[in-house]
Design a protein around this ligand. Sequence first.
Ligand SMILES: [Zn+2]
Length: 136
Amino acid sequence: MNSPCSKDYGLISQNFMPDLNSSQIQELQQLLLIARTELKQQLSFNASASEPVKLDQSAVGRVSRVDAIQQQHMAVSTRRQAQQRLERLNVAIKAINNEDYGYCQDCDEPINYRRLQVQPEAVVCLTCQQKRDIST
Ligand SMILES: [Zn+2]
């Protein structure tokens, strides 16, 4: 019979040894494919939103025209971010069956599984991501 202590130890040691098992890999693969599908939908939806603003001058005032232009700029930058993420997702989908997947490119430590669940395309651990964010 397992004492509560040994159970706790099991959970803790799992957190400290985040090597991915095959069911975790499978789950992340699913997450990657879902995220890619969603992004592709988002990109096709956004394609019309980032077209040049065409407004009927007689129907709308100046303010709403400015709004529309701002919205268009936002759509363009959202679209760029989505395209960049799509590229990272594609890379991760190809790489997920490699032994390198799930390891930080900067420090070679395993990337936390919870981080991968949120961002399955992540190539660096949270610590190194923060370092990258600061340096850019
Ligand atoms: Zn790292």
